[in-house]
Each structure stands twice: as structure tokens, then as C-alpha cells.
Design a protein around this ligand. Structure first.
Ligand code: SME
Length: 170
């Protein structure tokens, strides 16, 4: 039950915390087939679990405009509504279908500043059934160098669990 989720009781060590949150997310998503509900839940639970996540949300492939990503469920200040494929960190991660860690957004050519307080970010592609690209998950921090391989590995795992081929939708 979502009501039972208490982020204050999570372990302090990052990998342990991710492992616990991954289990909690799977439990809450169980039986929910709606994609928007699943994305909103992932964004909310990760946001509550990690204080350094200043902004977290999904940018989705827009089937009516395939060369653009459009904003999906998110937690944080107002996000840009659309990002061209290949543009910014999100568009690049989507176009290249790979996770991108940006330790300093000012050093990333073409970075899109939706909120100037963001200093570093990680963008992870989201793959749906049969490896189809659904969009990306963007996580921003107000601290420089806030994300590393542990974040990449666990966010990829959580997204595969929630949206990938073996996601339990029923
Ligand atoms: N910084 C992102 C844009 C999205 S916002 O930060 C919410 C980018 O360069 O793609």
C-alpha cells in the first residue's frame, strides 16, 4: 500500500536505499496497468526517497511528433514541455538510447536549463515492451556531481522493473 511507504525509515547507504526503494516501488505498482499511474508513482517515490533529487520526471516519445519528447509525470518546479530528439541531455539520451551522467550542466554543450538551480543531472532511457523506447527519466540536483554509476545502475534497474518486458502489469 502506498500509505505504508515511509522514506524516513530507508537505509542511509545509497545502494541499500535504492534496493529497498526498488522493492517498495514494485509492491506499489503491482497490478496497475496504466502507464501514467506507474510513471507518476515512480517519480513520487524516488523523489521522496532521495533529498538530493531536486527535480525528477519523465520526458516521453510523442507518437504524434516523433522528433520530440513531451513532458510526462514529474515532481519539482515547472519543467520545459517539449525537447527535440537529440537536444539537451534528455534528447541526447533518447537519441543515443543510453544513460548520460552530467556532473556539471554548464559543461554540457546544449544543456537545456528548465530551472537554473539545477547543477548536475542524470538521464536514463526508459524502454517498454520489446525494447521500444518510451522516453527518458531525468533527475536533477542543485549540487554539482551528484550522480554516479550507482545511480545509473539502480535507476536503470528500477525503470526496467517498472516498464520493461518483464514488468508485472497485472
Ligand atoms: N536539463 C534537461 C532539460 C529538462 S529539465 O532539466 C527538467 C536537458 O538538458 O535535457
Amino acid at each position: 500500500m502506498a500509505e505504508a511507504f515511509n522514506s524516513k525509515r530507508l537505509p542511509a547507504a545509497k545502494a541499500d536505499r535504492y534496493a529497498e526503494v526498488a522493492g517498495e516501488i514494485a509492491a506499489v505498482l503491482k497490478g496497475e496497468p496504466n502507464l501514467t499511474a506507474r510513471m507518476a508513482t515512480v517519480a513520487a517515490m524516488l523523489s521522496q526517497s532521495f533529498q538530493r533529487f531536486f527535480w525528477i520526471g519523465f520526458y516521453l516519445v510523442d507518437l504524434t511528433r516523433p522528433d520530440e519528447l513531451v513532458i510526462g509525470p514529474y515532481q519539482g518546479s515547472l519543467g520545459c514541455l517539449r525537447i527535440g530528439l537529440g537536444q539537451g541531455v534528455c534528447g541526447r539520451a533518447a537519441a543515443e538510447r543510453r544513460t548520460i551522467i552530467v556532473p556539471d550542466v554548464d559543461a554540457f554543450p546544449g544543456h537545456i536549463a528548465c530551472d537554473s538551480r539545477s547543477r548536475s543531472e542524470i538521464v536514463v532511457p526508459v524502454f517498454g515492451a520489446r525494447g521500444r523506447l518510451t522516453g527518458v527519466l531525468d533527475v536533477d540536483s542543485t549540487e554539482l556531481d551528484a550522480f554516479d554509476e550507482v545511480d545509473a545502475e539502480w535507476l536503470e534497474r528500477i525503470l526496467a522493473q517498472a516498464f520493461g518486458d518483464n514488468a508485472s502489469l497485472t
